[in-house]
Design a protein around this ligand. Structure first.
Ligand SMILES: CC(=O)SCCNC(=O)CCNC(=O)[C@H](O)C(C)(C)COP(=O)(O)OP(=O)(O)OC[C@H]1O[C@@H](n2cnc3c(N)ncnc32)[C@H](O)[C@@H]1OP(=O)(O)O
Ligand SMILES: O=C([O-])CC(=O)C(=O)O
Length: 375
């Protein structure tokens, strides 16, 4: 096969239709089920956006109330899941903890073998409701703190922050966190969603697809970049060192985490909205030095490479200011993206075709076992 037929990394290849979201690099925009995402951030809660991704329409007030009641009723960390988490060593990365907990929940789910859209929606809602408890508890146990039970009187994001820190969040923090959850929820055929669709295409189950997607999200070229951005800031230290640090890193052929994107070549459509949320946190926590460092690295990257930040660049420092440990940033992404993954799993099943591309062989030409010569 000739080289020009190879589409390394499937770059530029359109694999299938989706009605879940539209990433438009030309207009630098992102739509969920037709709605511009900045409008959703300004006017809707993350719960309403989850409903939209799954059902295709925003809920009316009765639907929203029912949905929210179902989510609130499933928030608690089951004792058996807690035991599984407690059995994992402190050396386990939080993404491995989340992956293991989700796998355990899937294997214990009585609906595991039912692949109907109704059962899959119910399983998706269970994961959506339970992930905040898993992520919060894992951080707390690492800090030597007690589990904080959920509160049914709080919305999704306020309750997530409550379980994480044991305090009702300031409205500025809650709004910024909710914005990040909406912005992270869905992004068409990114690597983790595509992983979920590949697994689903074999007629495997929803839990297996989500577990695989978590594995794909962990890598620093994908979701793991939000954690890596904070490590970069720690390594640089102060704004004054950013340009020098960048020159050395680029000379060493390092990839700068939180910059660049496979689809957007002129900036990630979600960054302005997340940067606005980060600015509110910078003001609240009087974190001007962090903002100076953020701006200095962005400016240096623009002048050296003309490469712009992606969503992980403002999200990393936002989660840091809110008080999360750096290693918990990608699990926060999981809690959000589980909505998009599961919407795609249901869409894939509704019009399934086994995903199995071709490869061009470039190994040795056919040869035969030298039976007599082998010693
Ligand atoms: C939520 C998300 O998942 S968003 C993505 C999060 N990931 C990151 O932030 C990791 C850092 N970024 C990257 O590694 C890349 O930009 C990716 C993986 C996101 C996209 O990569 P691709 O579409 O394959 O682009 P590719 O890697 O070919 O980059 C094109 C050129 O820009 C350079 N480039 C792209 N991103 C970066 C970066 N972050 N740092 C340094 N150089 C970069 C490449 O080195 C390459 O240069 P070359 O042509 O001189 O070799
Ligand atoms: O679309 C991608 O390739 C990566 C990304 O930004 C996301 O998954 O949010």
């Amino acid at each position: 096969m000739a080289d020009e037929e190879i589409h390394k990394g499937l770059a530029g290849v359109v694999v299938d239709y989706t009605a879940v979201s539209k990433v438009n690099a030309e207009t630098n925009s992102l739509l969920y089920r037709g709605y511009p995402v900045p409008e959703l951030v300004a006017n809707c809660s993350f719960e309403e956006v989850a409903y939209l991704l799954w059902h295709g329409e925003l809920p009316d007030s009765a639907q929203a109330a029912r949905f929210s009641a179902e989510e609130r009723a499933q928030r608690a960390l089951d004792p058996a899941v807690r035991q599984v988490i407690d059995a994992l060593p402190a050396s386990a990365h939080p993404m491995d903890v989340v992956r293991t907990a989700v796998s355990f929940i899937g294997a214990s789910d009585q609906r595991a073998g039912d692949a109907s859209p109704e059962a899959n929606l119910a399983k998706a809602l269970t994961l959506f409701a339970k992930l905040p408890a898993i992520v919060s508890y894992d951080q707390r146990r690492r800090r030597g703190q007690e589990l904080v039970p959920p509160r049914e009187d709080l919305g999704y994001s306020a309750n997530f922050l409550w379980m994480s820190f044991g305090e009702e969040p300031d409205p500025v923090v809650e709004k910024a966190f909710d914005a990040s959850m909406i912005l992270y929820a869905e992004h068409s055929f990114n690597a983790s969603t595509f992983t979920a669709r590949v697994i689903t295409s074999t007629l495997s189950d929803l839990s297996s697809a989500v577990v695989g997607a978590i594995g794909a999200l962990k890598g620093p070229l994908h979701g793991g970049a939000n954690e890596a951005v904070m490590h970069t800031f720690d390594e640089i230290g102060t704004a004054g060192r950013a340009a020098e640090w960048l020159d050395e890193a680029l000379a060493g052929k390092r990839k700068i985490m939180g910059f660049g994107h496979r689809v957007y070549k002129n900036g990630d459509s979600r960054v302005p909205t997340m940067k606005a949320a980060l600015d509110t946190l910078i003001e609240k926590y009087e974190a001007q030095e962090l903002l100076d460092l953020y701006d200095a690295l962005e400016a240096a990257m623009a002048s050296r490479k003309n490469i712009k930040p992606n969503l992980d660049y403002p999200s990393g420092p936002a989660y840091h200011l809110i008080g999360y440990d750096t290693e918990q940033f990608t699990p926060l992404f999981v809690a959000s993206r589980v909505t998009g993954w599961t919407a795609h799993i249901i869409e894939q099943l509704a019009s399934n075709s086994l995903i199995r591309p071709l490869s061009a062989y470039n190994g040795p030409a056919e040869r035969h076992v030298p039976v007599k010569e082998r010693v």
